[in-house]
Design a protein around this ligand. Structure first.
Ligand code: GUN
Length: 290
């Protein structure tokens, strides 16, 4: 079994981006990060994005509106960022408070600055195989991990567990695209799927993105499969300094001996997401400067 080292691959990409940014003349790319409220995972994700941006010479602007902000006020804030020529990329951290329609907010972000790839236009471009758009960071990171680990999806059966807008649907569309590295045969499973283990056992490549800790067990995996674990579940653990430990959607101890390749949690898909966000921000900068 080979461990797919997301930290190493993300570090390589970050180094490539740092060199690309150092070579830019004039203004550096700028990413606006909007976080509403104090969701602990969001606080730590936004900090990580800010830190990585600084590391590679990318400017970031963190905006922290109060949790009581109305949807219309948030729209106004996004409109200002959309119109600001010194802002290249805009990310509104999810989850948003319940009184705000998240999809409407994602769509309010200009398609040209939508480095999250959640805007309707960019999701549509993934379906159309139009490479001028932005691909959401987690699915883009999964495809990059596979490519840089030598996994070609052509002729393979890819089973995606989960149908979210952020991971399941876009990664299924990417794996299906008619291009080098992709061209897979894709099945999407979800909470309503009957005989789930029967389907997951057919996967040459299994992508688990359902947000249920240790859900994928050994009897759900074909020997020799490649397993990509997208889950980041926080389990209370008083013995840890943080008070929790992270576990994926895959029962790693049981499943890993069976696999040809597997991503760990943490240290698999997670670090790739931030690297792809930086890559998208550089792409947005180049779009606005040409
Ligand atoms: N929350 C969890 N993952 C993400 C992400 O990729 N983008 C945003 N905006 N929020 C998230």
């Amino acid at each position: 079994m080979d461990l797919i080292d997301g930290n190493k691959i993300a570090t390589d990409i970050i180094a490539e981006l740092k060199a690309d940014i150092a070579a830019l003349k004039g203004r550096k790319p700028c990413l606006a990060l909007v976080r509403v409220g104090e969701d602990p995972a969001s606080v730590s994700y936004v900090k990580k994005k800010e830190k990585t941006a600084a590391e590679i010479g990318l400017e970031s602007r963190v905006i922290l509106p109060p949790v009581t902000i109305t949807q219309d006020e948030l729209f106004l804030l996004i409109d200002k960022l959309n119109a600001d020529p010194t802002v290249d990329g805009i990310l509104v951290q999810s989850p948003l408070p319940k009184h705000i329609n998240e999809v409407a907010v994602f769509h309010r972000v200009s398609a040209r600055k939508d480095v999250d790839g959640f805007n309707t236009v960019n999701l549509g471009k993934v379906a159309q195989e139009d490479e001028t758009g932005f691909v959401a960071c987690t699915p883009a990171g999964i495809m990059e991990l596979l490519a840089r680990s030598g996994v070609d999806l052509a002729g393979k059966h890819v089973v995606v567990l989960g149908r979210s807008l952020i991971v399941g649907k876009p990664v299924a569309l990417l794996a299906l695209q008619k291009r080098a590295g992709a061209n897979g045969t894709v099945t999407i499973c979800h909470s309503g799927t009957a005989n789930l283990p029967l389907l997951t056992r057919q996967a040459d490549v299994l992508i688990a993105a359902i947000g249920r800790p240790d859900f994928v067990k050994a009897d759900m995996v074909k020997p020799g499969a490649v397993v990509i674990d997208v889950g980041i579940n926080r389990i209370a653990d008083p013995s840890k300094k943080t008070g929790y430990r992270l576990t994926g959607d895959v029962d790693f101890a049981a499943v890993s001996p069976l696999c040809s390749k597997i991503t760990p949690v943490p240290g698999g898909v997670g670090p790739m997401t931030v690297a792809m966000l930086m890559k998208n921000t550089l792409k947005a900068y180049r779009l606005s400067n040409c």
